[in-house]
Design a protein around this ligand. Structure first.
Ligand code: MG
Ligand code: MG
Length: 266
């Protein structure tokens, strides 16, 4: 990760927006197929085909040795779950993280889906994590600091009794998937890196129903909650603006598909 923050031009922001919207459309393609019985391998193949059909390349595949287009994290898996042959089952949640690279710029977004009928307390976790994302984004205005984002996310999650993952954080987005600064989901108001108009950031709360601690599985990728309780992850790529951040990615396409299919959303 580069040390100095990057301020994008409006032309560059437009390219990050295009990449981010393609991520949203890719996740909507995933949404069309989310159901008990489908494997995350299948979702991964669909996503890769969709991205390549749109003239882009998967943003994660090959980066840091990542073998897949999507990272799919089921239930107690927090992030970085690798797609596989285990079918999703009724009552699961699956966090699907996706990046694309197009015109030399990345977009990055994640959404946690319900599979079939999900327990009310799990649905509550999803709702609160989306609220955390919105509260974090609301702090991403010029002259605020990364600590304002983290503090807003942390306070809301902890007020609901949830654990905020410390080991994994949001980040700048640009010509690299991960740019400076780090954007933790915890912190203190008025602390951290100052935000400037034109900084593109991935804001991505990872919120555990139970303890905040996580561990990594032996596959070297999958991060799980230490107590085995469910974890949720929602992520948008945004650009810092004066007064109010502009969200570059979108959940709109996903939610239109889920609504049409009668699938519960947070
Ligand atoms: Mg992501
Ligand atoms: Mg990210």
């Amino acid at each position: 990760m580069g040390k100095s923050v990057i301020i994008l031009s409006e032309d560059e922001i437009a390219l990050v927006r295009e990449s981010s919207l393609l991520v949203g459309r890719t996740l909507a393609e995933v949404a069309r197929h989310i159901a008990p019985g489908i494997t995350t391998d299948k979702l991964d193949a669909l996503a890769e085909e969709f991205i390549r059909d749109h003239g882009a390349v998967p943003g994660f595949k090959g980066l840091y040795g990542c073998p897949s287009t999507l990272l799919t994290s089921v239930n107690e898996q927090v992030v970085h779950g690798l797609p596989g042959k285990v079918p999703l089952k009724d009552g699961d949640i699956v966090s699907v993280d996706c990046g694309v690279l197009m015109n030399e710029f990345y977009g990055d977004s994640a959404y946690t889906f319900c599979v079939g009928e999900v327990a009310p307390e799990t649905l509550r976790l999803l709702t609160v994590t989306q609220e955390c994302l919105a509260l974090g984004i609301a702090q991403a205005a010029a002259n605020n600091r990364t600590g304002d984002i983290g503090s807003a996310i942390q306070q809301h999650a902890e007020s609901c009794g949830y654990g905020v993952v410390r080991e994994l954080v949001g980040h700048g987005v640009g010509r690299k998937l991960h740019e400076a600064p780090e954007v933790p989901n915890y912190g203190r108001r008025g602390h951290g890196v100052r935000l400037h108009e034109g900084m593109a950031l991935a804001i991505e709360p990872m919120i555990n129903m139970g303890v905040k601690e996580v561990k990594q599985l032996k596959d070297g990728w999958t991060v799980v909650s230490r107590d085995g309780k469910p974890s949720a992850h929602f992520e948008h790529t945004i650009v810092v603006r004066q007064g109010k951040a502009e969200v570059l990615s979108t959940f709109q396409y996903i939610e239109e598909v889920l609504e049409k299919r009668g699938i519960t959303t947070a």
